[in-house]
Design a protein around this ligand. Structure first.
Ligand code: KG4
Ligand code: ZN
Length: 344
C-alpha cells in the first residue's frame, strides 16, 4: 500500500502506547501511563512498568482500533519499539507485536525508539513536511540525546547523549530534594515561576573547554543534582530558609542553558539551520522559551510537535514504520528481542 495502515506498539518505559496511522495521517493514539504507580518510589520502577504494560496493552489496542475505526484484519503492518529502553518493559510490547503479526499474517517492523521520536514530527497537524538535514534534541525521563538526521529512514547519527542522568530524571531527583512530588519536571517548572534564575550559579555539566574536546555534544546532570543538594544542606546547616523558587529557577536555568547551548552548537558546527525538539521535558516553559529566543538569533528554525506526540506514544512508532515501508524497507524477521541499548 502507498499509504500503509500501521499499528505501532510502544512500551519502552512507563507509557503503554498504541497508535494507528495511515501513511502520514494520524488515526489514533491511545496511551496508558503507569506514572502514578511509580510516584511513591520517586522514579520509574522497571518491574512495575512491565507489569502495567501487560495489563494495559489489550485495552489500549482496543481503544486505538475503535478510535481509528479500523479492524485488526485491515492492518498492513504491525510496528514495535525494540529499544532503547527498559528490557522487561520492551519485552512485553515485543511479545504482543509478534503475536499480533503472526496471528494476522502481517509484516512486523522493529523500530528504534529515538528515531520514533523524530518521526513524531511527521504527524504534527497542518505542518509542512519535516526538512532534512535537521538536528534533533530528545529530552525525557529516560533519555537526553542529540542527533544529526540527514534522512529519517537511512541516516540518523547520534552526536551525543547523557553520561549519567537524563534531563527529566534530573528534574525528578532535584524535585525530590526540594520536597516536591513526582514527576518533578512540572513541579519545578511551576515553583520556578516566582524564582530568580540568576540567584544561584549552578554548574553547567560538560561545558568547560577541557570537556568540550571529547564531550562537545554530551550531557551530564548528576554533578548539578549534587550541587543543588549541597547548596540546600549548607543553607539548612546555617539555619537559613531554603528559597525553593530561586533554587528551582536557578536549577532549571542550568539544565536548559546546557541543552540549548549544545543543540545550537551542533546546528552551527554541522551547518544545519533546523532544530527539532522531542521528549516529555519539552513541556518545560523555559526550555521552549530559551530555545526559540536563541535559535531566532542564530537563524535556526525550531520545530516542536504537540506534547501528545513528544511524550512516548505508539503513533510515532507506527509512522516511522510507515515511512520505512514506503522507502521499501523489508519487514523484520521474528528473531529480534529487546535491546535496551539499541543504537540509532
Ligand atoms: O517523555 P516522558 O513523558 O516519559 C518518560 O521519559 O518516561 O517524560 C517524562 C519526564 C519526567 O522526567 C518529567 O519530570 C519530565 O519529563 N517533565 C518535565 C516537565 N514536564 C515533564 N521536565 C521539566 N519541565 C517540565 N515542565
Ligand atoms: Zn522516549
Amino acid at each position: 500500500a502507498i499509504e500503509p495502515l500501521v499499528l505501532g506498539i510502544e512500551t519502552s518505559c512507563d507509557e503503554t502506547g498504541i497508535g494507528i496511522v495511515r501513511g502520514r495521517t494520524l488515526l489514533s493514539n491511545a496511551i496508558a501511563s503507569s506514572m502514578d504507580e511509580h510516584a511513591r518510589y520517586g522514579g520509574v520502577v522497571p518491574e512495575v512498568a512491565a507489569r502495567a504494560h501487560l495489563e494495559e496493552l489489550q485495552p489500549a489496542i482496543e481503544r486505538a482500533l475503535a478510535e481509528a475505526r479500523v479492524r485488526l484484519e485491515d492492518l498492513d503492518a504491525v510496528a514495535v519499539t525494540s529499544g532503547p529502553g527498559l528490557a522487561g518493559a520492551l519485552m512485553v510490547g515485543i511479545g504482543a507485536a509478534k503475536g499480533l503479526a503472526v496471528s494476522l499474517g502481517k509484516p512486523l517492523y522493529a523500530v528504534n525508539h529515538l528515531v520514533g521520536h523524530i518521526a513524531a514530527d511527521i504527524l504534527t497537524p497542518d505542518s509542512e513536511p519535516l526538512e532534512y538535514p535537521t538536528i534533533a534534541l530528545l529530552v525525557s525521563g529516560g533519555h537526553t540525546s542529540l542527533l544529526h538526521v540527514r534522512d529519517l529512514t537511512t541516516d540518523v547519527e547520534l552526536l551525543g547523549e547523557t553520561m549519567d542522568d537524563a534531563a527529566g530524571e534530573a528534574f525528578d531527583k532535584v524535585a525530590r530534594i526540594l520536597g516536591l512530588p513526582y514527576p518533578g519536571g512540572p513541579e519545578i517548572d511551576r515553583a520556578a515561576l516566582d524564582g530568580d534564575p540568576a540567584a544561584i550559579r549552578f554548574p553547567r555539566g560538560l561545558s568547560r573547554a577541557s570537556d568540550l574536546e571529547k564531550h562537545r555534544y554530551d550531557f551530564s546532570f548528576s554533578g548539578l543534582k549534587t550541587a543543588v543538594a549541597r547548596w540546600i544542606e549548607r543553607a539548612e546547616a546555617a539555619g537559613e530558609p531554603v528559597p525553593v523558587a530561586d533554587v528551582a529557577a536557578s536549577f532549571r536555568e542550568a539544565v536548559v542553558d546546557v541543552l540549548v547551548t549544545k543543540a545550537l552548537a551542533a546546528c552551527a558546527d554541522r551547518g544545519v539551520p533546523r532544530l527539532l525538539l522531542g521528549g516529555g521535558v519539552i513541556a518545560n516553559r523555559r526550555l521552549r522559551e530559551l530555545t526559540l529566543e536563541r535559535a531566532a538569533a542564530a537563524g535556526v528554525t525550531v520545530r516542536i510537535p504537540p506534547l501528545s506526540l513528544c511524550t512516548d506514544n505508539g503513533a510515532m512508532i507506527a509512522v516511522l514504520a510507515a515511512e520505512l515501508i514506503s522507502s521499501g524497507r523489508p519487514a523484520s524477521t521474528l528473531a529480534f528481542g529487546a535491546d535496551s541499548t539499541l543504537p540509532v
